[in-house]
Structures are given as C-alpha cells and as structure tokens.
Write a protein that binds this ligand. Sequence first.
Ligand code: ATP
Ligand code: MG
Length: 361
Amino acid sequence: MKKIILTADRPTGKLHIGHYAGSLKNRVKLQNSGEYDKIFIMIADAQALTDNADNPEKVRQNIIEVALDYLSCGIDPQKSTILIQSQIPQLCELTFYYANLVTVSRLQRNPTVKSEIKMRNFEASIPVGFFTYPISQAADITAFDATTVPVGEDQKPMLEQTSEIVRKFNSVYGRTLVEPSILLPDNKASLRLPGTDGMAKMSKSLGNCIYLSDSADQIRKKVMGMFTDPDHLRVADPGKVDGNPVFIYLDAFSKQEHFDRYLPEYENLDALKNHYRRGGLGDVKVKKFLISVLEEELEPIRERRKIYEHDIPGVYDILKKGTEKALETASATMSRVKDAMKINYFEDRQFISEQIKKYSE
Ligand code: ATP
Ligand code: MG
C-alpha cells in the first residue's frame, strides 16, 4: 500500500510554535525522508469558516500567511502538494454522505469538539457546520487516501472518529476507504504545547502564541512576559518545573548543543531543572536561555519567509497548482465512493442494461 500523508491547518491566524512542535516540524522531516509516496498539506479554509462564518475576510487574509509559514518552515512544493480546502468540492460531497453514518450523540461525545464549543462560548447556539466538522475532517483525510496524519494530541479524537467512519463505510458499502493512523510527535512536550499564559494549549483563538513570523524583539518580549511558577517569587525560592511553560518549551526545543553554547555551567536540561527546583535560579536567567534557543530555531524560518514575501504571485501559483493536483486525487476517490454507494447511475452500464431488460420483458 502507498504511504500518503495528509495534514491541515485552519487559516485563522499565522502559525505558531505549537503548530511547529506538534505537526509542522514532523511534516518537514517526513517530507525529506523520502519514505512517503504523496504528501498533501491543506489550508482548511472551509473548516475555519465553521466558526468564523461572519468573518470571511479574516480567513481570506490568513491563507497567504499560512502558506508563507509552510514554505518558510521548509515545506517544498516539489515534494508536497499544498491545497486549499474550499476549492475541492468533493470534500463537501463526501462530508454529506459520511454524515449518514454518524450519530448526533457520537459527535456530542467527541472531546475536542466539546472543549472547543466551551472555549468559543457556543454552548447555547452551536453552528451545525462547526458541530459536524469532525465529519468533514474524515472527508479530508479519506479523499486523499491518507495512511498517516501527523498532528498534535488535540486531534486524536478526530482521527478516532475518522477511523470509525471508514470502518462503517467499508462495512456497509464494501472496502473502499483507507483507514488512517495518527502520527504524534516523539517529544512529549510537543504533543500539546501550552500557551505563554500557562493555559493548556497554545492556540490562535486564545491569543497566547509565539508566532513563527514574530520578530526577535517580539519573541524576547513574549518570553520575558511568560507565565512561570506563581509561587517562585524570589530567586532563592524553590520553583516548580512541572506545568511551567518555560520549562515545557525547553523540553520541546532545547538541544544539548544549546547548553554548550549558552549555559555551559549546566550539564543539561535536567541539571537546570534541578537547580530551579532547589531554589537559587531566577526566571530571568531561564527565560534568557529560552530566548536564545527559540531564536536559533526561528531565525532561519524568519529569513526564508522574507524571500517568499517578495514573491506573493509565486506563492499563489504554488497554491493553485497544488489545488489542481489535489482535485484529481479527490475526484478519483469520489468516483470510487459513488460506485460503492451505487450512485453512479450514468456510469454503470451493467445497471442500465439490466433496466432495459427489466422493461422489455
Ligand atoms: P484554532 O484556535 O483556530 O483552532 P489552532 O491554534 O488550534 O487554531 P489548528 O489550525 O486548529 O490550530 O491546528 C493545526 C495543527 O496544529 C493540528 O495538527 C494541531 O494538532 C496542531 N496544533 C495546534 N496547536 C498546537 C499546540 N499548542 N501544540 C501542539 N500541536 C498543536
Ligand atoms: Mg484547532
């Protein structure tokens, strides 16, 4: 079986280091491993509209931002197909048919949808489109026959729901769809990077992000203002490392070589953590180290972004070509699905000849 990747991001803002740690970094690695036959990277504008229906301009503006973030992180359009979701009508078609295989109570139980409804204060009036977006995500994944979906941990319930839809579809209509596997980051801290405010998830909707396109100065200010351990008031006080976002970011991004370069007095991250726990290590010192670590990772991304920012028509061309290519794959899947569901009235010659026979008897 071919190995195919699909992942997506909602164009609701620029991409942040949570996206990078949770998914984007992995995508670039997998892309360059040469182990995958096809890689589809989707800008999920239709999904973004499910909770931004009144703000299409925001979604429209952010398509190019997300595309610039992809390219500057090393997504290579020669190796990966970047596409725009709304331009592939088959994704709506698939969603419509898959909806018949999912119950309302199953959607209500989806933990990601549950927490996102809460976060958006949608409890009293949930848009139907938002409520059903796990179904459209199943359409996105299966339209491209994806075997592998590299995402952050928040997407686990979505992948489970997709697998259920695939199994249900295949059992009702015969083996047609490919069941995908989730690929989570190896690094535990990257599964769900917290926000700079200490909230459980860095998220565009919560405004607690360090963006890939932030300037060195913005990064410095954001890190210096980061939530740490509220009980660590004086340098001498013992501090908490668990749940402290500064240390979680170091878990996600620091490498041994960073210690050799910026903090040679500490052997490694464990030594730094132990000192913080004991007391006598101030937040400022740890934050300054984090700034250096992040700057090493983000500076080359920022520089590549500048190059693409000077060629916006070229970026739109990449999106157009990728979308056209993706359309071919999605229509092939759609034909297979229609055959399986017997909604291929005009293509099924045998069916037509049976009808002729029936009425001529
Ligand atoms: P929104 O608030 O609009 O939902 P978001 O910040 O959650 O935006 P998405 O576009 O929904 O971002 O997520 C895109 C991808 O990035 C998904 O694979 C998701 O798992 C991953 N991701 C997003 N935020 C994080 C995070 N804080 N840590 C790890 N992975 C993340
Ligand atoms: Mg999200």
